[in-house]
Design a protein around this ligand. Sequence first.
Ligand code: NCD
Length: 304
Amino acid sequence: MRNLIDIVDLSVEEINELIKVAKDIIQNKEKYSHKCDGKKLATLFFEPSTRTRLSFEAAMMELGGNVIGFSEASSSSTAKGESVADTIRTVGCYSDIIAMRHPKEGAPLVASEKSVVPIINAGDGGHHHPTQTLTDLLTIHCEKGRLENLTIGLCGDLKFGRTVHSLITAMARYQNIKFVLISPKELEIPEYVKKEILEKNNIPYVETNDMEEYMNELDILYMTRVQKERFFNEEDYLRLKDYYILNKEKLEKAKEDLCIMHPLPRVNEISVEVDDDKRACYFKQVEYGKYIRMALILKLLEVK
Ligand code: NCD
């Protein structure tokens, strides 16, 4: 039985295959509409979500399956003091696959050790978010036509932003990738990502707090929200939350074929005037997320 806890649980070949299947689903939706008849997905969300939870649910429904679950810990037995391990054992009796989001780093890994059905990590604290990364890879593949030879700017909360950590981990396995890490000092990428992923794999990167400094070199600009819920004090959050706001003026030096991404939700970091720019890909990204999750569910349930 396979789980997806960290993006490196999938090989590059497996990711390529998921991208291929997702593209086939986009072209031939009918062919997949009964692949999961009679199957159930449980979505256990101990933290807020719009896209991740609903795209998992929509994905399972479009495959012909059904969905059960909860969207806040307070409405589950967690509020009575039940452990994650016991919740998972219970839900495994009712479902064929589980997507789980939890504020504690490592909770989905612990869950996977107790589970009798596949577990998908739908975000664990400030750690990882592998299905957002699959979404991002499909988006890059569809929009740029490649996953190699790219200069990727990551901007905003690189410290707590789990989507950033998973995306760097994933992209480090492709050829000729360069990173421009744009953040205020307080929200720099964690040391372990620098040492264990970037430096260990000899991936070139620069760090800057100036969003425009390398704008003309970027193929991808990945904006992120300052992760309010992971701050220890409100004052720091208020000081940093509007540090970067991407607008038309800041894009003046950008390449014509720049791909602007954001895992969403957006708070203030991309001005709405950018939404009409042909380089804005963040709502397309939302849609790609559903298709790659369909491909992932098929893989983990071993549906042919
Ligand atoms: C991200 C997350 O939950 O980490 N959202 C998402 O899943 N699309 C990004 C965020 O919340 O800022």
